[in-house]
Design a protein around this ligand. Structure first.
Ligand code: CA
Length: 229
């Protein structure tokens, strides 16, 4: 799940990026419309965009995308208490509005709701081997059966499945699990990551998953399908 953040207030953009990553989303940040247009040559699952940007109105980006037939879900950020802005935004094709200042909890709730709404019947699932992760409800099925996974294991699994067959860096996984607030306790969190990976492996094994977590020494971990012999 990759989300583009278009916001010129750099500290706010950074906070949003960090929060999204902690919730298992991949996020890219740009600070103006020109960079947003360049970034959008790649597909995104959702866009969060400010309106007042240094090189124009975020609403113009919405209009452009809709004109091109691009239906990517868009959450607009705007100054609070401007119902008129809200209406013009929705008319231009934005899917939802969040007034500034907002809480990061609400941002995540809105993004989840937006993705759920726009996903429709197709659902949002990550799959590898016989493992299916429903990213909206954070539930795991292995070989068609529900498996009970802890919150941390789900977050790890989500990151690993998003890039199945590729190495995901330890720092990325640590950040996803613990944020980067405990820099001084780096040693502890590293150990904690290993413990969480161990638990994830156990869960996969117990549930007879055809998926394994491979350790790439000094770099990170990789989820890979176990091919039948
Ligand atoms: Ca702005």
């Amino acid at each position: 799940m990759r989300i583009l953040i278009v916001e010129d207030e750099k500290s706010l953009a950074g906070l949003m990026e960090q929060t999204l990553k902690q919730h298992g989303y991949a996020a890219n940040v740009v600070h103006n419309l020109a960079d947003a247009r360049a970034a959008l040559t790649q597909p995104f699952d959702a866009i969060i965009s400010d309106r007042r940007l240094p090189d124009g109105d975020g609403l113009d980006l919405v209009k452009e995308l809709r004109t091109q037939g691009n239906g990517v879900p868009i959450l607009m950020l705007t100054a609070l208490g401007m119902p008129k802005d809200r209406v013009t935004g929705l008319e231009a094709g934005a899917d939802d509005y969040l007034g500034k200042p907002f809480s990061l909890f609400e941002l995540i709730a809105r993004i989840k709701a937006l993705l759920r709404r726009t996903a429709g019947a197709k659902g949002l699932q990550l799959e590898a081997g016989n493992v299916v992760l429903d990213t909206l409800h954070d539930t795991v099925k292995i070989a068609g059966k529900s498996a009970l996974f802890g919150k941390r294991e789900v977050v790890l699994l989500r990151h690993l499945l998003q890039r199945a067959g590729e190495v995901v860096g330890k720092d990325v996984l640590e950040q996803a699990l613990y944020g980067n607030t405990n820099k001084e306790e780096g040693g502890d969190s590293r150990n904690a990551l290993e413990v969480a990976i161990h638990r994830l492996r156990k869960l996969l094994e117990t549930n007879q998953a055809s998926l394994e977590i491979i350790t790439v020494r000094g770099v990170g971990y990789m989820a890979d399908e176990i091919k039948a012999a």
